[in-house]
Design a protein around this ligand. Structure first.
Ligand code: 1GP
Length: 248
């Protein structure tokens, strides 16, 4: 499945369920066997796709991605922290530009370094406007990117960022409180951003219960991402509850 068909698949998920559920697997948090076991459970629990990536990576991405591809039918979508986090063993890549920041390296620098590799690996990218929102603690993405998040009580600032992403031709917007955020993106901000755009809205960071996931969907999120909660206290039942809560 390549990115065009992955985008098509995402739209089909939205038509079927109204909202979709992505599980983030951070290759830094698990070796091949553990990541693969998690991915198989994620699929059985009814999630719609696996995001693979993180802010910081020292593990070898290739064998993990390859094993995930072999063991599951779900789309494997790269969610890279920088231009080194690439592998041909994926279906698509969120080609993210950190549009809430003013660090040129994460707006365009890493994208330029990644482009020849994306071409070589025949990974057609999904252009995504990535917005970091203050989540009540300092997260890895904030530190690694050297960018300030948008204050969580400023939906009026977030909205025009998302609109700019759509005007620039991006195909998705990702509202990110940061992995392990103390607080997820506020409902008011999700609603304000959703109100501005016609492209799908991904929301993640600090979502720890199915109830909160459902609230974020109600506020306007098209896709919900969870990572930490399954890696740390995950159970198959919890995964199913998340999938059901997001799918309504
Ligand atoms: C991080 O939004 C994702 O990019 C997931 O965050 O690990 O806090 O669920 P959590």
């Amino acid at each position: 499945m390549r990115s065009n068909s992955v985008l098509h698949y995402f739209n089909e998920v939205l038509k079927k369920h109204n909202a979709g559920y992505f599980v983030l697997i951070d290759p830094e948090q698990c070796e091949v066997d553990k990541c693969t076991k998690l991915a198989v459970e994620v699929e059985q629990a009814g999630a719609d796709a696996i995001l693979l990536g993180g802010s910081f990576l020292t593990n070898d991405l290739h064998p993990i991605a390859k094993a995930l591809k072999q063991e599951t039918e779900l789309p494997i979508v790269l969610f890279p922290g920088d231009s080194m986090h690439l592998t041909p063993y994926a279906d698509a890549i969120l080609y993210i530009s950190l549009i809430s920041g003013r660090n040129p390296n994460y707006l365009i620098g890493e994208q330029v370094k990644a482009a020849p590799w994306i071409q070589r690996y025949a990974l057609k990218p999904i252009p995504t406007g990535y917005m970091l929102i203050e989540g009540g603690n300092k997260t890895a993405v904030e530190f690694m990117s050297g960018t300030a998040p948008i204050p969580r009580d400023k939906p009026d600032i977030a909205g025009p960022h998302a609109l700019a992403a759509e005007y620039l031709g991006m195909q998705m917007v990702y509202l990110e409180a940061g992995s392990g955020a103390a607080q997820p993106v506020p409902d008011e901000m999700i609603a304000a951003v959703k109100n501005q755009i016609n492209i799908p809205l991904i929301v993640g960071g600090g979502i720890r219960t199915p109830k909160i996931a459902a609230e974020k969907v109600k506020a306007g999120a098209d896709f919900i991402v969870t990572g930490n909660v399954l890696e740390k206290n995950g159970s198959f039942e919890l995964m199913k509850d998340f999938a059901n809560a997001v799918h309504g």
